[in-house]
Design a protein. Structure first.
Lengths: 125, 609
């Protein structure tokens, strides 16, 4: 099985670094971007199997990026995981209309993320 | 007694009037009947005069023509028709029942043409009116036709009796009323007149004692005075009544205008709805609040002007079948026609008489934009702060996990460093938040003392050194030999200085430098913090002292963990010391933040700390 591509989008460099290290240790190929625009540019280079994005970011935020990524590549079945520290339910309505999109609760545990991705790819196989 | 006489005269006048009217009616009736008889008579005579003699008077003495005349006229006041010769001899004759043609000779002028005359009554029968004329057919010598009618009597009046009785009754009803009214109004005048007459009589009678005359005169004058007083009082009473009514109206108008002015000048918009739900009153403020012209609101159906669904629902509660009159309701809404405005509408049933009467509904519209924005700002603040606190917690959690999982020594060192940084960041945030809150609520009052800044600047420099070294930065201190004293709160000022140095280190580039300098300048001391960092774009320079403002340039503030409070707090503190915080910056070259503080001339014997 070829290596899976993961795109990480967050404006917090520490988060990107830790998640990148954790995922790379598991054999994933990881690309990072610090906002939506950079993420779209990265997607043009390499389409990810999973897009993991923060919501609040300067520049293009996650709320804009996720629907745009979905609409730009309608034929590419990638999973979107939205990292959010906002627990309010009304902040999630926008993502419900997006297919194949789920939330990751902050504070995020790299271990749990790795487990979550393993389950996802196991289900695909 | 005089008055009674007036009454009697009035009644007599009424009777005379009735008599006159009846007489006029009778005369008119008689004249019209006489005219009728004359028309009939003359017509008949003329008609008969053209008939041939043979048809009128045949040998048997009975004429078909005359019989026909009788048949068509019998029953009315017709009396007779005769045909006679010049000598008065009757050739033919026919008479109505109970009538005899008198054998009165015709006057001499009968030969000349048609004529008429009145024959006196004979033997109990009414007088007759006779019309005569010569016959055209003179074959049997000169002959004449005579037609008689009974003179009209008074019998005709009988049919008008009921009308006449009604007329008389009305007259008799009107007369007493007039009498009573006149007697009432004229009574004082009549009394006066009687008195005056008596007085005149007394004056006319000679030889009366002067004393009595004077007394009577006095009485007369007193009476006159009384009458005049009474009349005057009556006039005053009437005038007062009229004045009071006018004054009451004015007062009522004034009160109503005052109330209206008060309602119009209320800062809130008022709407009054009748029980059917239509607007009956709207104060001037409603127009700018809702952005709908007044003439579209007043007296118009709700559907025609109200385009705010929330407001319609509110109005709906107070009209129609779903009416809920007992309670008041309040809603907040953004009006459709006015941008960026937030309104609250409170509807309250208007009832009077202890709730038994309903005047409709009162709706108060209030501009709550400010409160709304303040509430929103508060919510934003909480969201922002919780996000700012959660982000370092998130990072700390991740690195802690990595610390536990990793055997790599360099990885463990990095994790510990990051965790320490994030804790510092949170600490700074919480500290600044508390200080900002104290500053904003005014609970932080600076304790200003005259101090020389040298030591404080040296301390700040010492503290910045280790932090700068970690980022490969040089820190330079540039102080003159002697600095003038300024009046500041040392603890507060240290926070401001610290924030400026923290920024200078944070937004610098490896190999760069931070310069902390101070100089005397006219009557000011200028403390500057200069860095060789990324700089600030000109459009951002105006906003960097705003609360929570962060330069949103990719790779700038956000990646360096700023939280938008440091410069805001520094500026607030400098302002509290009546100083100025000025920024000069060039993107890519660096920034200089300068604090200008007034030099305080030393009062005699004042200690410098």
């Amino acid at each position: 099985m070829s290596a899976r591509h993961i795109l990480l989008v967050d404006d917090e460099p520490h988060v990107l670094r830790v998640l990148r290290l954790s995922l790379e240790r598991e054999g994933y190929i990881v690309a990072t971007a610090n906002d939506g625009n950079a993420a779209l540019a990265a997607m043009a280079q390499q389409l990810p199997d999973v897009l993991i994005s923060d919501i609040q970011m300067d520049g293009m935020d996650g709320r804009t990026l996720c629907p745009l990524a979905r609409a730009t590549y309608p034929d590419h079945p990638f999973l979107i995981l939205v990292m959010t520290s906002m627990t309010a339910l009304d902040e999630r309505a926008w993502a419900r209309e997006l297919a194949n999109t789920e939330f990751l609760e902050k504070p995020l545990s790299p271990r749990q993320l790795v487990a979550r991705l393993s389950r996802h790819f196991a289900a695909l196989a | 007694m005089k008055l009674n006489r007036i009454g009697i005269i009035l009644i007599a006048c009424a009777l005379a009037a009735i008599t006159l009217v009846v007489a006029l009616l009778v005369v008119r009736q008689q004249a019209s009947q006489a005219a009728q008889v004359r028309n009939k008579g003359v017509g008949l005579v003329k008609a008969l005069s053209t008939v041939p003699m043979a048809l009128l008077a045949d040998s048997s003495g009975r004429s078909g023509v005359l019989a026909a005349v009788l048949a068509s006229n019998d029953g009315s006041d017709f009396a007779y028709v005769t045909i006679g010769d010049a000598t008065g001899r009757t050739l033919a004759e026919i008479a109505g029942s109970g009538s005899i043609a008198p054998a009165t000779p015709l006057p001499a002028d009968a030969q000349a043409g048609f004529g008429e005359r009145t024959l006196p009554a004979t033997g109990g029968s009414a007088p007759l009116r006779e019309f005569y004329g010569p016959l055209a057919d003179a074959s049997g010598g000169k002959a004449f036709v005579r037609v008689g009618f009974h003179q009209p009597g008074f019998t005709v009046l009988a049919q008008d009796v009921s009308f006449l009785a009604l007329l008389a009754l009305m007259m008799f009803l009107v007369v007493p009323v007039m009498y009573v009214v006149i007697k009432r109004e004229m009574a004082p005048l009549a009394a006066l007149s009687q008195q005056l007459r008596g007085q005149l009589r007394q004056l006319a009678a000679p030889g009366r004692p002067d004393q009595a005359g004077a007394d009577d005169m006095r009485e007369l004058i007193a009476n006159m005075q009384h009458y005049l007083d009474q009349a005057g009082a009556r006039i005053v009473q009437l005038e007062e009544g009229s004045l009071n009514t006018t004054a009451d109206n004015r007062l009522l108008q004034y009160g109503s205008k005052k109330l209206n002015a008060a309602l119009q000048s209320l800062p809130d918009g008022l709407l009054m709805l009748d029980p059917a739900g239509d607007v009956t009153f709207a104060s001037g403020k409603v127009e700018p609040l809702l952005g709908i012209p007044m003439d579209q609101i007043l007296g118009q159906p709700l559907d025609a002007w109200c385009c705010d669904p929330a407001l319609r629902t509110l109005f709906g509660r107070y009209s129609g079948d779903l009416r809920d009159n007992a309670r008041s309701h309040k809603i907040d809404f953004a009006p459709q026609n006015v941008e960026g405005r937030q309104l609250s509408a409170t509807a309250q049933p208007l009832s009077g008489g202890h709730g038994t009467m309903s005047f409709g509904t009162l709706v108060v519209l209030r501009d709550v934009t400010r409160e709304y924005l303040a509430r929103q700002a508060g919510n934003d603040f909480v969201a922002h702060v919780s996000h700012e606190l959660k982000s370092p917690l998130n990072v700390i959690g991740m690195y802690a996990e990595m610390l536990a999982d990793s055997d790599d020594e360099s990885m463990r060192v990095e994790s510990l460093n990051v965790i320490q940084d994030e804790i510092e960041r949170m600490n700074a945030l919480v500290g600044n938040l508390l200080n900002v809150s104290k500053l904003e609520t005014g609970s932080m009052s600076p304790e200003r003392n005259r101090v020389r800044l040298d030591d404080m600047l040296r301390d700040a420099y010492e503290q910045a050194l280790p932090r700068a070294e970690g980022k490969q930065l040089r820190v330079l201190l540039d102080l003159p030999r002697e600095l003038e004293a300024v009046a500041i709160d040392k603890d507060l000022f240290r926070i401001a200085l610290n924030n400026l140095l923290t920024n200078a280190i944070k937004y610098n580039r490896p190999g760069g430098s931070v310069t902390l300098a101070a100089r005397n300048e006219d009557n000011e001391i200028v403390i500057s913090v200069r860095d060789t960092g990324i700089g600030i774009a000109p459009e951002a320079q105006d906003r960097i002292f705003e609360k929570f403002y962060r330069v949103s340039e990719a790779g700038a503030a956000t990646q360096r963990g700023g939280h938008g409070l440091g410069l805001y707090l520094a500026a607030q503190i400098v302002e509290l010391h009546h100083g100025r915080l000025v920024v000069e910056s060039e993107p890519g070259v660096g920034s200089t933040f300068s604090v200008h503080l007034k030099i305080v001339s030393a009062p005699a014997g004042a200690a410098v700390l």
